[in-house]
Design a protein around this ligand. Sequence first.
Ligand SMILES: [Zn+2]
Length: 527
Amino acid sequence: MSEKILVFDSTLRDGAQAEGISFSVEDKIRVVETLDKMGIDYIEAGNPGSNPKDIEFFNRIKGIHLNHAKLVAFGSTRRGGIAVEDDANLKAILETETPAVAIFGKSWTFHITDIIKTTLAENLKMIEETMAYLKTQGKDVTFDAEHFFDGYKNDPAYAIEALLAAQEGGADCLALCDTNGGTLPYEIEEIVTDVRQKLRIPLGIHCHNDSGLAVANSLMAVHAGARQVQGTFLGYGERCGNANLATIIPNLQLKMGFHCLADAELQKLTSSAIRIAEISNYALTGREPFVGKSAFAHKGGMHIDAVMKNPASFEHVSPEAVGNERRILMSEVSGRSTIIQLINEVDPSLTKKSDETTRVMDRIKELEYQGYQFEGAESSVKLLIRKELGMHKPFFTLEDFKTIGEQTHTKEALSSSAVVKINVDGQSEINAAEGDGPVNALDKALRKALEVFYPKISEVRLTDFKVRVIDSKSATASKVRVLIESSDGVDIWTNVGVSTDIIEASLIALIDSIEYKLLNDEERENK
Ligand SMILES: [Zn+2]
């Protein structure tokens, strides 16, 4: 059995400091549930001593059972010159009743004398007494040695003394923090190796990404002996962010031979990343290692050919191991051998030479001639294949639609409204909605109408909308290509529509997006 590395997520504490992130209590609970389901060991959820919203969260979460994770409340060592029992922050931490706590303290002399303005000796007492007090309260205690690497470079003896004080007080783990994110991987390895020889309790690592090295530094620390890794699930955090656990975990487990999660939990990595990005209101970057949409996307003809012979030719790990999927990007150059892969998902008996394959190829070429581009929009290709093979029964038909743009000269954005009439199995449904812009209004009206028949449509959100004017050689009527990216919190998919009219192009993509969602749900249920 490979050695266990404890995974410590701070998306809700350090991650919440990221520019642009603002978690509601509800959001926080959803993040906790997602991380717990994935088998994360520690979830640091906030600082009750400094943030009233965090207190409300800790009260709410008391009633929620976690299967695996230990919830962590975060705070600092007691203030200088007072007794631990009298420290208001520690009181607030104890009131959260979390099984684990993470306490940060100073290990860089300059921060002690110039920032918190106390003596070096008092700082050591603050650390030791705080640890000892929390241990008497039965807590699993991690000591976060803030600015540890800078402190060590400046005064190694004192930095080690700070850790020894925490060990003496009874801490369960000493997390060495690269708080300013300026340390280099080889320095991390040297310092962790030295620290390990001088202390007997487990070490942890907490890196920030200011030098673009947080993941590398975390891996080096584990390589040198750290056994707890702190980070945030997608690297969200102040400035350039924290160490990205969605990158660290698969590297530790698939390459370095450590154990972080059960295999089935590791396979939830991609869907959890999509969900957490969505809750955080960030778009998940396509190039995100392991979990991004492009992480296993192949485009060049020769690469595609090689990957189909043996995926290891251009993939460092298998996409299934992290719950992602291989994508073969469609383009005019890629030809039959790529299309056949998608055709075989629908009908495994067809070959490159089948008439059906020729028909699908002809249809794709025709659409590409009209201005379609299927690269990145395989969900549209999958639908097209089903339609060409006569294997797609539309979930609905759009009988009629109207959009009305209101030229309101108020401060509000230009508002529009839309009316749609759809038909599902002979039953009609009319619905109207307002939106900022006609496409938004259409999207809302269409969904409202469809939700009557397919409640799961309410899960879908448009996550990206791109419009491009296509250079038209005829120059009489220029066309637009609309790409719509949608997500239901589990999957992300993209659809394309082309027309001389932007609303029609959008509608083609929107309808495809909804059809794809319904098809996908149906397939998932049948599995
Ligand atoms: Zn931090």
